[in-house]
Design a protein around this ligand. Sequence first.
Ligand code: GLU
Length: 501
Amino acid sequence: MTQSKSISSNSSNSSKSAHSKPMIRTRFAPSPTGDLHVGGARTALFSYLTARHAQGEFILRVEDTDQQRSTESSVQAILDGMKWLDLNYDEGPFFQTQRFERYREVAQELIKNNQAYYCNCSKERLDQVREAQMEAHEKPRYDHHCRELNLEKDLDPDSNQVIRFKNPLEGQVSWKDLVKGEIKFSNQELDDMVIWRSDDSPTYNFTVVVDDVDMGITHVVRGDDHVNNTPRQINIFKALDKPCPVFAHLSMILGEDGKKMSKRHGATSVMEYRNLGYLPEALLNYLVRLGWSHGDQEIFSREELVKLFNLKAVNHSAAAFNTQKLNWVNQHYLKQAGLNLKNFEQIKPELIYHFNKAGISESDLNQGPDLQEVLKILSERVHTLCEFISFSKYFYQDFEVKDLDPVAVNKFLKPDSTPVLKLALEKLKNLSDLSGVSGWTLESIQKMIQDIAQELNIGLGKIGMPLRVVLTGGSQSPAIEDTIRLIGQERVIKRLNNYLK
Ligand code: GLU
């Protein structure tokens, strides 16, 4: 697995700000068992913003202890997703598989302090206990058989011995969740959970606490599927005599039908959204609004998010994913990029990525019209980069007459279009010589179209559509004069010549 970096902060609250308040440290702790899901990305974003808002630190920790389900490619998918979204972390990625010795040390410390114990119960015994409990309509749980036996470590490598945490038998565990409010569990509901398995590996609820302590995490932001784990983890923090972080459990993201978002609903992973043509800033802007709000503002720059984000303003009810709204947000960013050079420069690498994927190289782009201008005239019609590419290909890539859209050809290229196209070719060749207007400009192209209308005594529709089909390959494009101007004189003449041949 990828090499982790070392942990710089070794105990909670060790880093202090100028006002000597504990520095806020948050983490994103994905398990590498699949791609980075949009729900995970939102968790990462909220965790990142919590840290950035407070000028704190954000840490990436890969929870790869489930060695059967964790894969190297998922680790890479998570790192790629974080990078694409530009959720930069100050420390990490740390890998739990590289910290086993540390977990072992802490487990031994708990045993020494009588807060954990070896348990030798066989699977058969545990099954019997469970069955009896079920028959008696009791909640199945460990019956504390080995809790006070003070068993020694079993040195037999095939032993089924585990280490269990001594959960308090009485009282309650409660915390004030920043999103969900006060949450309480009775200790009687909690098991003496296994913290070390018989295969010599630590369990999730234990490693999380050791890491959160060692990494000085002050705020745990995660999905609400972990609410049931939190009281168990709080009890371990207490046993270790370490302060508990603040918890914020985020409600899950639902699909458009109100059910848990899954593959059935279409794209779920961040990189799938990339391939569908969404911009990282648009996806983040969309995700931040799934649960968080600031008045009725919809569009936020990164700086605004960092300034305004607050976990306390996160809604506790589940939010549904709405592709139409995501499209709207994405289009907003495309329009902005069409209008503003700084915004354009920001999205340009992503545009180039999609053009390349569609077989259009950077040098093709450099030989065609200014990309920002093309974006500007097309952004009203497109929601995604993929749509943009398919609507703008003809500006950068030539095609043959046989590739013209047959439906458009049938409808708009009638025998009477030929004189129109011939005349257009003549005029466009000599455009720079037209009296009164000079050069390849919008005005001169407009005038050329009006002149054709007058000379052949026909309506503008009979001129625009045939030209559009021959010049763009289809029947959809921005205003014909804009289209002609941007395609450029050389290509326009070549395409008309090819067709008229
Ligand atoms: N690794 C856990 C998960 O991917 C997250 C644990 C946590 O954030 O505490 O669901």
